[in-house]
Design a protein around this ligand. Structure first.
Ligand SMILES: [Zn+2]
Length: 138
């Protein structure tokens, strides 16, 4: 079956089901009504879906081939490109491995110079404080 036929089958099928839970619910409902897996596969989902696919779907294992997924009313899955930086596939556009740690920040009270001095002494070395004093005097 071509992809075009699968697309048409999903459009002219019983209904668009979208999610795997809905497909599973539909299959279980049809099975409870006494229909065979072959009947469900052939009449509801189209030629490319076999009774084995319906049986696996009953156990929560859904087909990966786009034609079969479309015929079952599911969204087709495609291989996602791996990230050139870390080699993983992520859902976000930014790479979590590329995330740099934030530079340390310090809140200084501007209204109290003694408090500001205490905060700076607590977080900076004497060399860093000397460099800061030089920068302030420039
Ligand atoms: Zn990455």
């Amino acid at each position: 079956m071509t992809e075009r036929n699968a697309l048409e089958a999903s459009k002219t099928g019983v209904q668009k089901l979208y999610s795997e839970e809905k497909v599973l619910g539909y299959i279980l409902l049809q099975k409870a009504a006494g229909r065979s897996l072959r009947q469900i596969a052939n009449n509801d989902f189209g030629g490319c879906v076999t009774y084995g696919d319906v049986q696996r779907a009953m156990h929560g294992v859904f087909p990966k081939r786009p034609q079969k997924r479309l015929a079952m009313g599911l969204t087709p899955m495609r291989p996602a490109p791996a990230c050139p930086n870390c080699g993983d596939v992520h859902t976000k556009k930014t790479c979590p491995a590329q995330h740099k740690p934030c530079p340390p920040r310090l809140a200084i009270r501007l209204d109290d110079p003694h408090s500001a001095a205490r905060s700076i002494r607590r977080h900076m070395t004497t060399d860093q404080i000397a460099a800061l004093v030089r920068a302030l005097e420039e």
